[in-house]
Design a protein around this ligand. Structure first.
Ligand SMILES: Nc1ncnc2c1ncn2[C@@H]1O[C@H](COP(=O)(O)OP(=O)(O)OP(=O)(O)O)[C@@H](O)[C@H]1O
Length: 339
């Protein structure tokens, strides 16, 4: 990774809060390098200190040990206004400016450059238009905020942060409360922004699946452990992704790419196209069908899929996974019935 891409760094930070003379340490050994042109996702369980890290980066909470460096200069040497020109933040709170239009809200992103007079130069107006275009919200730009859906509102908040035109964009759980399509759209939008506009985008999220699909880098936070950084793929293959899981009962299953119960599960012999085998395995595991001595082969002819179950005594053909599972459940109950 090119060192020139790194815009924000820290080495061995301690994070937390001071109350009088007492320090309450939330996290230690936090080292990172945030890169331009990359989408970075910060993941970790509730209460581990993700928001505290964001507040420390933004200069709202001083680090208890060492400092965050922006452009190789400690962030506490930046004025609030200069920091706002470099770092734009989208927090989780809903804003209550319901009567303002989308375009007016996005224009507020220029305040670090214009001051509260709000006078927009030609250049400011162009930045606002560009932010509206990049987030694909032209079609609602004259609508008041009170008329928007949560997904549209989130895009407007991202546009406002983009209009700020900092090199770093930080978002705290931008996909919380959104439906699957909006979560997908927002994360892909953030990826496009990182790539097309060469921004360093840092997103706090609990959405592991979509983060794996979109992030260039993960930062994993776990209680009492150093921050673990790396590409999602490397962290999955190294097993570090399991740091996100609360205990030994869950494990990230590399073969199916999702979190599953960690009990050892023995599948019957299954032959057929890989993408279909994966869903048969998923259904067997979900139904806790752990039968040996049987095999399943899958035949695919166009859109027609057949599941052929072979036991010691019979061969039965099914047209759906659900009918295959019903039959296996029947065998399972039959076998386990007291004689
Ligand atoms: N202003 C504060 N003063 C003292 N302690 C705080 C303050 N804000 C948060 N904390 C504590 O810091 C710890 C980390 O909180 P933080 O909000 O950073 O976690 P998080 O990882 O963002 O959690 P979540 O995923 O639930 O948002 C918690 O124990 C919390 O109680």
């Amino acid at each position: 990774m090119s060192i020139q891409n790194s815009i924000l760094q820290a080495n061995d930070l301690s994070l937390g809060y001071k109350k009088g003379k007492k320090s309450n340490i939330v996290a230690e050994q936090i080292s990172f390098s945030l890169k331009k042109g990359k989408l970075t996702c910060l993941l970790g369980p509730n209460g581990v200190g993700k928001s505290t890290l964001i507040k420390t980066i933004m200069g709202q909470v001083p680090a208890l040990k060492n400092q965050v460096y922006l452009d190789n200069k400690p962030t506490d040497l930046f004025s609030i206004k200069d920091l706002a020109k470099k770092i734009a933040v989208v927090l989780t709170e809903k804003i209550s400016s319901g009567n303002l239009t989308v375009e007016e809200i996005v224009s507020l992103g220029r305040i670090p450059h214009t001051g509260w007079s709000g006078y927009l130069s030609e250049n400011d107006r162009e930045k606002v238009s560009q932010a509206i275009r990049s987030t694909h919200i032209n079609y609602i730009q004259d609508r008041p905020l009170s008329e928007l859906s949560d997904g549209q509102l989130q895009k407007v908040m991202i546009a406002r942060a983009l209009a700020q035109d900092g090199e770093i964009l930080i978002l705290d759980e931008p996909t919380a409360h959104l439906d699957l399509i909006n979560r997908f759209e927002i994360m892909h939008l953030l990826r496009d922004i990182a790539k097309n506009e060469n921004k360093a985008v840092l997103v706090v999220t609990h959405d592991l699946d979509i983060a794996i699909d979109t992030a260039d880098e993960f930062w994993l936070m776990q209680c009492g452990m150093p921050l673990v950084c790396g590409s999602p793929e490397d962290l999955i293959l190294q097993g570090s992704i399991d740091l996100l899981l609360p205990n030994e009962t869950l494990k990230f299953d590399i073969s199916v790419g999702k979190v599953q119960e960690s009990t050892i599960f023995r599948y019957p012999q299954i032959d057929g196209p890989e993408e279909i085998v994966k869903w048969v395995k998923s259904a067997l595991r979900k139904n806790k069908i752990n039968q040996q001595g049987k095999s399943i082969s899958i035949e695919k002819d166009g859109n027609q899929i057949s599941y052929i179950l072979k036991t010691n005594t019979e061969i039965i053909r099914f047209e759906s996974i659900s009918s295959l599972i019903s039959q296996l459940n029947y065998f399972e109950n039959d076998i386990s019935m007291p004689s």
